[in-house]
Design a protein around this ligand. Structure first.
Ligand code: SF4
Ligand code: SF4
Length: 550
């Protein structure tokens, strides 16, 4: 075994990647990511001690932690050099914090955790250490399971917090929770306390999703119901993927009037729903499908591709020279666009210059997709929706949010969408939608049967809608609503969203296509007993159970 990683749904044998990641991550990159988490935990432990001495965490450190953690999310960064650079920065951040606190705190004592004391001054020493700090260093499988459940929730939360601060929205309490969660995972805590910390993390995911929702809607307007073009124009284009709306803004601004069109891919599709982006006439629509179709979509696109976040798949040589990364994303051989200067914009001129030399995208489909059903739009239709529920025209809502992925078993989600009776509405967010958003599922009295709220973080919208419906129907429990949850997960943002739903009291969630490998049998049992989480079964069995409210 030269690595160990079990953080995503596609982990080898639903047990763990041990030699190379199914995602394409090498053992070296996997280990370096473990070391980046290790030193970031060191920052957290020192920041926790500083807090005890009345020294509050500054936002700059909070920002650094979110970006460092985000770098380790599945499919975000495959670049050894970039991760080593981040580890070196993390050591500096940790040591600067140490220098600012009272030496009597014991940070350098032999009893301090190694993540606080370990250091290295060469890349070789960093690489050597990386193989010895992974998740298997926690021997007890239940403690390991809970520590990683918390860590993966924090990974998702960090990604969302990073998007929010890029737009100027921060909440020090969120950074404080990251410090608390990470430092506690270095301590010998009993199972009960770790279960409590897991739910606490869900609470902070809700706060972070709300903050990001505020950041996005205040900056770019409230998403509107929008028909998104799927065809292509004759101009050369740039394809932008990932989740970072600030990058989207910078790119649209810099391409305006240049004769270069901008198309969204995968999780960037919902950018088309925002009023501020709709004003750019060079925003041409969406191209292609979910993240794992990149090879075919990027090849036929012909022009440059900008990955603003995860999810990147191993890159084919045929388009590597057209692939650019930015932010927490990275791929060896792809040009990385650096940070935006204070108060300025990222410099995308090289991408635009390249686009002008490329042929226009090849058309792979035509037509439109309808989306933009975030909470404000759906709540504006609340009277219509409530009337349809009361009249029996809508029997049930099925939340099918989350991620798409390569596994054949994910056909299940298409089959469920097809098999659900015509008086049901699917509420979706995240790239899971690509399994059914192009099916002719029709509408109920003008309300489309698939309501897309947006990116995975817009699962927050689905929770707001559920809470509002609970109020309108005068119910005392969110679980009494005619809503079922059939969630597709893949990476750690989906873990964060799951913890948010649990914190909000949602029970009876179906989770697929497999339960997380990082849940030990005992931890899985706790989740089943407390929340009645269940694995997806067959589409036919699950649709019958969903319609029976089970
Ligand atoms: S992220 Fe997933 S596929 Fe990649 S190494 Fe980890 S478990 Fe394996
Ligand atoms: S929903 Fe998850 S899998 Fe899909 S693009 Fe977003 S982060 Fe990746």
């Amino acid at each position: 075994m030269s690595m160990f990683c079990f953080q995503c749904q596609e982990t080898a044998g639903n047990a763990g990647c041990k030699v190379k990641g199914v995602c394409g991550k090498t053992d070296v990159v996997a280990n370096l990511q473990d070391l980046l988490i290790f030193v970031t935990k060191g920052i957290a432990v020192v920041a926790d001690k500083a807090r005890g001495q009345g020294i509050a965490l500054d936002n700059k450190t909070g920002q650094f932690m979110t970006t460092a953690i985000f770098t380790t999310i599945t499919n975000a960064n495959f670049d050894e050099a970039a991760i080593i650079a981040r580890i070196r920065q993390a050591l500096k951040v940790r040591d600067a914090l140490k220098a600012g606190i009272c030496p009597s705190c014991g940070c350098d004592s032999s009893s301090a955790p190694e993540c606080v004391t370990w250091s290295a001054d060469t890349d070789d020493k960093i690489r050597m250490k990386a193989a010895y700090v992974g998740v298997l260093t926690t021997e007890n499988e239940d403690i390991r399971s809970l520590r990683e459940l918390i860590m993966y929730g924090v990974k998702g939360l960090s990604a969302y917090a990073e998007h929010a601060w890029q737009l100027g929205y921060e909440d020090p309490a969120i950074y404080d929770h990251i410090v608390t969660a990470l430092s506690k995972t270095t301590q010998d805590l009993p199972v009960d306390e770790l279960v409590g910390l897991t739910l606490k993390t869900g609470e902070y995911v809700v706060k972070t999703l709300a903050l990001l929702d505020k950041a996005n809607t205040t900056t770019y307007g409230k998403p509107e119901i929008t028909k998104v073009n799927l065809g292509v124009r004759k101009n050369p284009g740039i394809l932008i993927s990932g989740h970072d709306l600030r990058d989207m803004e910078d790119l649209l601004e810099q391409t305006r009037g240049t004769g270069v069109d901008v198309y969204t891919h995968s999780e960037m599709l919902p950018a088309n729903y925002y009023p501020k982006f709709k004003k750019y006439d060079n925003l041409a629509g969406n191209y292609g499908s979910s993240w794992w179709h990149q090879n075919q979509d990027f090849e036929s696109f012909n022009g440059p591709v900008l990955m603003t976040t995860n999810c990147i798949i191993p890159v084919k040589g045929s388009y590597l020279n057209r692939l650019f990364t930015t932010g927490a994303a990275g791929y060896p051989g792809a040009k990385h666009i650096g940070e935006r200067p204070m108060g300025g914009r990222k410099d995308f001129s090289e991408i635009i210059k390249l686009a002008k030399t490329c042929p226009a995208p090849k058309e792979i489909e035509t037509g439109t997709l309808v989306g933009g059903f975030a909470h404000d739009q759906v709540l504006a239709l609340a009277d219509k929706v409530v009337a349809a529920v009361k009249s029996g025209a809508i029997k049930r809502f099925v939340v099918m949010a989350g991620c798409d992925g390569r596994m054949k078993d994910r056909q299940y989600f298409t089959d469920v969408a097809n098999a659900l009776p015509k008086d049901t509405i699917i509420l979706t967010a995240g790239c899971a939608k690509y399994r059914y958003n192009k099916l002719p599922l029709g509408d109920i009295g003008g309300i489309p049967r698939v309501l897309d709220a947006g990116q995975c973080n817009d699962s927050y919208s689905l929770a707001v809608i559920a809470l509002k419906l609970k109020e309108v129907f005068g119910l005392d429990d969110i679980n009494k609503l005619p809503i079922s949850y059939d969630i597709a997960w893949y990476e750690q943002k989906a873990v964060a969203v799951l913890l948010a739903l649990l914190y909000l009291g949602v029970k009876n969630i179906r989770l697929g296509p497999t339960l997380p490998a990082f849940l030990s049998p005992n931890v899985a049992k706790v989740l089943v007993e407390k929340f009645n989480i269940k694995p997806t079964a067959t589409a036919a069995a699950d649709v019958s159970a969903i319609m029976a409210g089970v």
